[in-house]
Design a binder for this molecule. Structure first.
Ligand code: GLN
Length: 314
């Protein structure tokens, strides 16, 4: 199938398919544990797709703005790898899926040394936040934001301050993981400062176009195909991509790999960043979540598209 034909077909199919998948939203729930997130409309669904020539196809609620949440963890991992290299990063965080919820502490005590299983669960991402270079919290957060702006090709990316405050006020579980990791010597420095960096990058606000543009860089092995700039070393895309397949959709990752077969990362605000290697960057949002914490309508839509367009990498 030639690329232009695929984008034309998407233009034709997406509006109807988004409407069909949107109906799945009634079977899920909007996240409420970060109180501010509960304000998102349950029945929203939007998708934005961009190819290597910058040709776009989109449908649904693409103007909805939401916070990156766990999607940010893929890119803070990459930044930590760029800051310190593989050996240092993987001395503090593992490479294996957990089978537990993203905010579970259960397995932390079961292994020696007590390093979190992977960088995409909260405990692992908090350790990654502690590795971001910078002299102050502000400097670290500014480096992350700057990196994300480059990847999204959007200088205007900023924070949703309400979500940031809401999470900082209620993030007791994350706080307890931070102190646990400090006790074990995995996390260094001031826990509250590390958490501030973590809560900040989770509250970066985007739309589906931003997600798709970040995904496009991943699809092209770290090079922005439009500016031709190499933004991420290829090896680190390879590492991040592997984590996306094995842990990107929480403990729904195996099922998503079987049904859609695309590297993906979801967040509790209902975003999904995914891509077709060498071809497409894709951003989806649908705030109603399934039992595994992934956008219920978003997963439905991506599985259908992947089957129709043969997007599975397997
Ligand atoms: N900021 C969220 C948290 O720490 C991110 C979790 C997520 O998107 N799954 O709980």
């Amino acid at each position: 199938m030639i690329e232009a034909g695929e984008m034309d077909r998407l233009d034709h199919l997406l509006p109807g398919w988004v409407d069909t998948s949107r109906q799945e939203s009634i079977h899920g729930r909007v996240a409420t544990y970060i109180p501010e997130l509960s304000k998102a409309g349950r029945d929203l669904l939007g998708i934005h797709i961009i190819n290597g020539e910058g040709r776009i196809s989109e449908a649904g609620n693409t103007d909805h703005r939401f916070t990156l949440q766990s999607i940010s963890k893929v890119f803070t991992l990459i930044l930590a790898l760029m800051d310190h290299g593989e050996a240092a990063v993987f001395s503090k965080v593992g490479k294996e899926p957990t089978g537990d919820n993203f905010n579970s502490m259960m397995k932390l005590e079961l292994i020696q040394p007590a390093i979190p299983f992977n960088p995409l669960i909260n405990a692992g991402a908090i350790v990654i936040s502690s590795l971001i270079k910078g002299n102050t919290v502000e400097e670290k957060s500014a480096r992350i934001l700057q990196f994300f702006r480059k990847l999204a090709a959007n200088d205007k990316l900023g924070y949703d301050e309400d979500v940031y405050r809401s999470e900082r006020e209620t993030g007791h579980l994350n706080r307890s993981m931070g102190y646990f990791l400090l006790d074990k010597g995995i996390l260094e420095g001031e826990v509250e400062e590390v958490l501030e960096v973590y809560f900040r990058h989770c509250s970066i606000q985007v739309n589906t176009a931003d997600l798709a543009r970040m995904a496009l860089v991943m699809a092209f092995n770290g090079q922005d195909p439009l500016s031709k700039e190499q933004l991420i070393p290829k090896r680190y895309v390879q590492i991040a991509k592997t984590f996306m397949i094995t842990c990107g959709m929480y403990n729904g990752s195996g099922e998503f790999a079987i049904c859609a077969g695309m590297p993906a990362k979801s967040g509790v605000s209902g975003g999904i960043l995914t891509f077709v290697p060498g071809r497409l960057g894709i951003g989806v949002v649908g705030p109603s979540l399934n039992a595994k914490g992934n956008s219920i309508a978003g997963v439905h839509l991506l599985e259908r598209l992947s089957k129709a367009f043969e997007w599975s990498i397997f």
